[in-house]
Design a protein around this ligand. Structure first.
Ligand code: ZN
Length: 432
């Protein structure tokens, strides 16, 4: 268990009430608070910017909303839950009768006490989400109702955050989470917080091999904007984690990357087995989160997700019951430990490829042939360094990872890694 639980809990409580969407001040406020944990850069993409097949929409902000009965009492009140307003609702201020109002109301079909989460980003309309009890009360009162949605649209920007953590290698691992959900804890706030704490952990690792690109984007449109703005860098990335729904109370699981044979998937299964946890395997599916963008044909990043109560799967998904009684900092920290274990594996796992595969290389030409040969070194399992150089050149085919090679040779992986990295520096191996 990590030592971060109390700190995580503080941020969970501060961030939960903020009204977020795909654009707007709530996202800026969220990124500003996350900036207390890691030094992320906040970027703005202006409304109207073309990004591949999409256009950055107008910025939407919401201040207040309510439906008041004939006596002026607020029956539905944005101050009680920001889920009451359909995301991207146009402003409304007027007196409506019941028949007009009810066509704009949304309830959850299965959970009478839940306010559902609804959005309408690209079709201009307005709507109010409410519990079945609130609906019945409005129906009983019959109107007229004062209806106010104090929102506005403007030519503003889409806001995202990024944090680049350099490693010894310029090759990158992508970590991505989405910041566009209002007050729901498992989807997506748990993932945002886990990503931030994981990034801080990664930044503290000494001798970090990989570089990490950590992005905080509104889902879909933000990930598309990010890819468009960072196309060349994103096309170099082979490995990613889309971090969401990590704080529920149910079973752990993971969504595989699009290529089930990619090592990210076997490494995640090893993490679960190391922790002695049962887990659900969700094969790659074209629905889901921002792996849809990162794994699209142009980028083909193998992106997986470790989750606990994955989106779609838990009954409170996309409702007001996905709250801080369902999600706790301790539950998020438990999943954070799994992600930390995975990063350890990614850091330790190295796959090399021999750059000169045709016959043996001329070692002396690369300054690899020992001037005085023959010393047997106990820390290398009694083998000579020359022996291990030859084995590495023989076995590193771009597929076998260093752990397997170390097990085959019967020596600690770290000893092989230091030799392997030397061969990379000499230009005879490359890291795959
Ligand atoms: Zn969602």
């Amino acid at each position: 268990m990590t030592e971060f639980v109390a700190e995580l809990d503080g941020y969970l409580r501060r961030l939960f009430p903020i009204a977020r969407s795909i654009t707007g001040h709530g996202n800026r406020e969220t990124l500003r608070i996350l900036g207390e944990i890691v030094p992320l850069e906040v970027r703005e993409v202006p409304s109207g910017t073309p990004i591949y097949n999409w256009i950055v929409p107008e910025e939407w902000n919401i201040r207040d909303a309510w439906i008041a009965g004939p006596d002026g009492r607020r029956i539905v009140d944005f101050r009680a839950s920001n889920l009451h307003v359909v995301g991207y609702s146009e402003p409304v201020r007027g007196v409506l009768d019941w028949d007009t109002l009810k066509s704009h109301l949304h309830m959850h079909p299965g959970l009478p006490d839940a306010v559902p989460y609804r959005t309408s980003y690209y079709r201009r309309t307005w709507g109010v989400c409410l519990t079945q009890t609130q609906y019945r009360e409005l129906e009983f009162l019959g109107g007229p109702f004062e209806v106010v949605i104090d929102s506005d649209f403007k030519c503003g920007a889409l806001t995202y955050g990024e944090y680049l953590i350099p490693g010894k290698s310029s090759r990158e691992v992508l970590l991505s989470c989405y910041i566009c959900h209002p007050s729901m804890a498992n989807d997506s706030l748990s993932g945002v917080l886990l990503t931030t704490f994981l990034a801080r952990h990664i930044a503290s690792l000494k001798n970090r091999h990989w570089s990490y690109r950590v992005v905080f984007v509104p889902e879909t449109i933000g990930a598309i904007a990010y890819c468009a703005r960072n196309e060349a860098a994103m096309k170099q990335i082979d490995l990613g984690l889309v971090i969401t729904t990590v704080g529920g109370q149910g079973k752990f699981g993971y969504k595989q990357s699009f290529d089930p044979s990619h090592p990210i998937n076997s490494m995640i299964e090893e993490v679960f087995r190391d922790a002695g946890l049962e887990f659900i395997t969700y094969p790659f599916d074209i629905h889901g989160s921002d792996e849809r963008q990162y794994s699209s044909q142009g980028f083909r990043i193998n992106a997986a997700t470790i989750c606990r109560d994955r989106y779609y799967e838990y009954p409170y998904y996309h409702t007001s019951l996905d709250d801080l009684s369902f999600v706790t900092a301790k539950q998020i920290a438990e999943t954070l430990d799994l992600y930390i274990g995975l990063i350890d594996k990614i850091e330790a796992r190295r796959i090399y490829r021999n750059m000169i595969p045709n016959c043996e290389i001329m070692l002396s030409r690369h300054d690899l042939y020992p001037a005085t040969g023959g010393a047997q070194r106990p820390e290398l399992g009694g083998r000579s360094e020359l022996d291990l150089i030859l084995w590495l050149l023989f076995l590193c085919d771009g597929k076998l990872d260093i752990d397997h090679i170390a097990a085959r040779l019967g020596i600690p992986p770290n000893e092989l890694l230091s030799i392997g990295d030397r061969l990379v520096a000499k230009g005879v191996l490359e890291v795959v």
